[in-house]
Write a protein that binds this ligand. Structure first.
Ligand code: PLP
Length: 432
């Protein structure tokens, strides 16, 4: 074997044995529905798989309309355009539908939650995270409305499949006559007070990206109770064609519709959502038991009111168990000390054993691309307090604190109990 193919071979072997953060779990039905699309020649953005998963999503989640799209990001983009049209009367023939407008957004989330605001020329203002569920702080949101009273749109995500304080967020939005877009990309199947996430927003979205709780390899959906909005999203996602004999366009169009082949994968996965959630819950619980005795806690949730889908298991290191460490924009350094550790040491150790963890999602207000954007915490302008926690104050930038002390553990549904025990053992050793 020459060196190049030897390296490639070793790479493939490493991938086979790798314990992933979260990878697709297939069951067989996916292939059957994909094959059906092939054999009936519905190799297009029209077909039975699409119809069927829209029906399944709407009945499972409990929302009248579900529109299957090419990604969760596409769904968010259309949600933002629908909201802008309704709020500001902006013409759907235009780009920049949020030009000159602020939108309050979750801060500790994946970039896809907030980028569509920029696609439409708006300015995302980030709302700090609360410690109870690691999601948007309703008190911070209330404060932001006092600071920027003209704002009419909020985008809130449910991080790692843990429902945020969505009823309170909804109430703050209603008080200030704002629309709510709920980003349930990571939280499909999770519920709050018995209601599924994805039903609290005026517009909500889910994702079928490869790493999510169920997948289509890619894909997403827009959810709404409003029939005209669903109809518009369908039209905009298929290039905004008018009912004319020729291609007639009165509004801006997008190629955002889901493929019927992708929908076949989603259709095959849907029946396994419950068991995926059950597996993820077992993983979470095994970590919680296994890490007992260490100076760490699991990502928290409101056990009284919410049922997470446990998509990713995360842990947070106690403040006084953090070893000395620094992060630049693109790398990290730490000094090991007995009894202490830090996320980067643990991630490095896991990676050494071919196991994939990840730092907690880096907050948007810390991202260079959004450095000039507003950031509001529950008790002030977060930027002034960003380093407060290092001075021992409790009134700090919560997102930055969780980012510095937290990490996502390998949470793959196919991880064996033995592999998970190994993860736990590695974490333990980092604190020795
Ligand atoms: C994955 C994800 C998205 C984007 O979904 P895609 O289908 O990958 O475009 C949006 N928001 C959050 C919070 C996500 O995790």
């Amino acid at each position: 074997m020459d060196i190049q193919s030897d390296i490639r071979f070793k790479g493939i072997e490493a991938c086979k044995n790798k314990v992933w953060l979260s990878s697709p779990t297939m069951h067989g039905e996916e292939l059957q529905y994909m094959k059906e699309a092939y054999e009936t020649n519905w190799m297009s953005t029209v077909g039975e798989n699409i119809n069927e998963i829209e029906r399944m999503a709407s009945s499972y989640i409990g929302i009248p309309y579900a529109v299957a799209l090419s990604s969760g990001t596409a769904a968010l983009h259309l949600a933002v355009r629908l909201a802008a049209e309704r709020l500001y009367g902006r013409q759907a023939a235009n780009t920049g539908m949020l030009a000159g407008r602020r939108v309050f957004c979750s801060d500790m989330t994946f970039g896809a939650t907030v980028n569509p605001v920029a696609y439409e020329g708006g300015e995302a203002v980030f709302i700090d995270t609360e410690q109870d569920t690691w999601n948007m702080d309703p008190q911070g949101l209330e404060r932001a409305f006092r600071q920027y009273p003209d704002t009419r749109l909020v985008i809130a995500a449910h991080l790692y499949g843990t429902p945020g304080k969505i009823e309170e967020i909804r109430a703050v939005c209603d008080t200030h006559k704002a629309l709510l877009i709920e980003d349930a990309a990571e939280s499909l199947g999770a519920s709050y007070k018995g209601r599924q996430t994805g039903t609290f927003g005026d517009y909500s979205i889910i994702s079928f990206n490869g790493n999510k709780i169920i997948t289509g390899s890619s894909g997403g959906m827009l959810l709404t109770r409003d029939e005209p909005s669903a109809r518009k999203a369908r039209k905009w996602s298929t290039q905004s064609r008018e009912a004319a004999p020729w291609y007639q366009h009165e509004e801006l169009g997008y190629n955002y519709r889901m493929s019927n082949v992708v929908a076949g994968v989603v259709r095959g996965q849907w029946g396994h959502l419950k068991e995926h959630i059950q597996r993820k819950r077992e993983i979470y619980e095994r970590y919680r038991e296994g890490l007992k005795g260490l100076p760490v806690t699991m990502n928290p949730f409101d056990g009284e009111n919410s049922t997470p889908n446990f998509w990713l298991s995360c842990m947070l290191i106690d403040c006084d168990a953090m070893c000395e460490c620094v992060r630049s924009e693109e790398s990290a350094l730490y000094v090991h000390k007995p009894g202490k550790s830090c996320p980067d040491e643990i991630l490095e150790a896991l990676s050494h054993f071919n196991m994939e963890g990840r730092p907690v999602w880096k907050p948007m207000h810390m991202q260079p691309v959004y450095r000039n954007h507003g950031f509001v915490t529950r008790d002030g302008d977060g930027r002034a307090r960003t380093d407060a926690y290092q001075k021992g104050e409790r009134a700090w930038d919560v997102g930055k604190d969780i980012f510095s002390r937290g990490l996502c553990l390998p949470s793959d549904g196919k991880m064996t109990a033995g592999e998970q025990e190994k993860v736990i053992e590695i974490v333990k050793r980092c604190f020795r």
